[in-house]
Ligand binder design. Structure first.
Ligand code: IMP
Ligand code: MG
Length: 173
């Protein structure tokens, strides 16, 4: 068994989610919000954050993939898309697990902007700034993390079964 080290505890995650939810509620006061949760990684984060939000919200899901093992292929596959009527003239908040090279988020922003949202913002639980290749603006960020391969709390690796660990951990690669 490979050893997984804890990086961010469930208590730290919960505290940060309350702060993010308060900020988002404040910013979207009096507005309707459509959260787009990026599957599969952000499913856990997206749900736990949403349960803390008081905003009037709708939910959509999009599925993209760019990874083979622990290395980004740089190619983005759009495996589940959202019809334009769900995005046009809406205040869209993309909820993602991590911005690593930035390629996936850059693709998502461009792709969703083609469907003419009223506004589009980005919320990501984690960011690995040392890995960035494409600059993307993150409006709501949980934590910056070092260049480690992250598992747990929704993050998975192809061979592992670590998605449902309650904390954010890492494996040495
Ligand atoms: P990017 O396109 O390089 O920014 O990669 C973004 C996607 O790769 C994320 O949405 C994750 O699904 C996945 N990813 C990047 N880093 C990690 C990691 O450390 N652990 C698990 N998945 C990761
Ligand atoms: Mg992802």
């Amino acid at each position: 068994m490979e050893e997984i080290k804890e990086l961010i505890s469930k208590e730290q995650i919960d505290e940060r989610l309350v702060e993010l939810a308060n900020k988002i509620d404040e910013d979207y006061k009096g507005k309707e919000l459509t959260a787009i949760i990026v599957l599969k990684g952000a499913a856990f984060f997206g749900m736990e954050l949403s349960l803390k939000l008081k905003s009037h919200m709708q939910f959509e899901f999009i599925k993209i993939s760019s990874y083979e093992g622990t290395e980004s292929t740089g190619r983005i596959n759009n495996e589940l898309d959202i019809e334009e009527s769900k995005i046009k003239d809406k205040n869209i908040l993309i909820i993602e697990d991590i911005v690593d090279t930035g390629r996936s988020m850059d693709y998502l922003i461009k792709h969703l902007n083609q469907k003419n949202p009223r506004s589009l913002k980005v919320c990501s639980l984690l960011s690995k700034p040392s890995r960035r290749e494409i600059d993307v603006n993150i409006d709501y960020l949980g934590f910056e993390v070092p260049n480690k391969f992250i598992v747990g709390y929704g993050f998975d690796d192809e061979e592992g079964f670590n998605r449902n660990l309650p904390f954010i951990g890492y494996k040495e690669v």
